[in-house]
Design a binder for this molecule. Sequence first.
Ligand SMILES: Cc1ncc(COP(=O)(O)O)c(C=O)c1O
Length: 395
Amino acid sequence: MCVSRAVLPLILRAMRYLDYAATTPVLPEVTDAMVAVLTGDFGNPSSVHAYGRAAREIVEDARDRVASAVGASPAEIVFTAGGTEADNLAIKGATRKLRGNGNHVITTAFEHHAVLDTVEWLGHDEFETTVLPVGPDGLVDPAAVAAAVRPSTILVSIMAVNNEIGTAQPLAEIARAVKGANPSTLVHTDAVQMLGNLPVNVHELGLDFAAFSAHKFGGPKGVGFLFARSHAPVEALLHGGGHEGGLRSGTLNVPGLAGLGVAAEIAAKEVDHKIERVGGLRTRLWQGIEDSIERVRLNGHPTERVPGTLNVSFEGADGETLLLLFDAAGIACSAGSACQSGAIDPSHVLLAIGVPREIAKGSVRFSLGRESTDEDVDAVLEVLPGIVESARRVG
Ligand SMILES: Cc1ncc(COP(=O)(O)O)c(C=O)c1O
């Protein structure tokens, strides 16, 4: 075993985790549910015998829990291998099914790449795509969305909560505006950062599709689901044994789904408490940053946001340097979306809301969550002035 592998657990024990938007620790209740399945219920849920029936019960129990966490009916849940797959299924699946009815798709400039790249991919085919701009506060204007809808628009995909800046969109208004402009246009939202951070009711929001991912709310990685409104037109991307009502073939990840169900239920149950407690921590962190550092800006809307995510630009500092210095000081945070960490280019989200390139490069996302404490906030505020000063000297 190399030395770094040996000491890493010790380093991790001493660190403070402020990267909940990248992923969350698995809840103990989730681990228990998964271990029980891994050690006791190895059956294939498609088998007819008792082993299969036991596994099927676990899957359907997870479906019930997930459906009730988002205000859907169990038949409207399609299990996937995470948020990326759920986004792809909604966007590619719906447009494929409806391509005789139109060829126009709308999204926004600050979507996660799971949506942005999928829509761009459609554009290489026979589809016309509109990528709407986003306001400087990170909000999408429902009237601007409605104005972009055409008779040929078959799908609008606008994220519920931005993963980098935490801004929450007026989803119900957007869905209403879209349907008002063209009642047959479908509305999809990437809700990966929503469950556990805001109350979710997909029907009250007027959605046709919504994508979710377990690892963002205390569940395991590689498991998620798509809400597809009853009778919403969608075609399968994966073909095979016809699982999930023919929409997603492949033997189901039973332990993962057991974990997903428990995590979704807890996330929905605790959301109000989390908004209050974690929101308070985030406010204190931002006030501390504003009080101690000059030339800082908060990215995203000041109030229309999820409780834990705080994106801050430190003018004159380099984001990569800031991250490395925070890491060395025992604080795990992020320069933007996790998938882009390591890339030198400034975040497409910050550029989309009009943050100048040079300032965008000096941005850090702190994201707090269920296990975050006052001590985590204190730890950041204690090392922050020294770190920003050093990063500004470098760059
Ligand atoms: C907004 C958003 N959409 C989609 C994804 C992708 O989800 P998954 O990691 O489950 O594929 C993420 C993950 O970072 C995300 O934050």
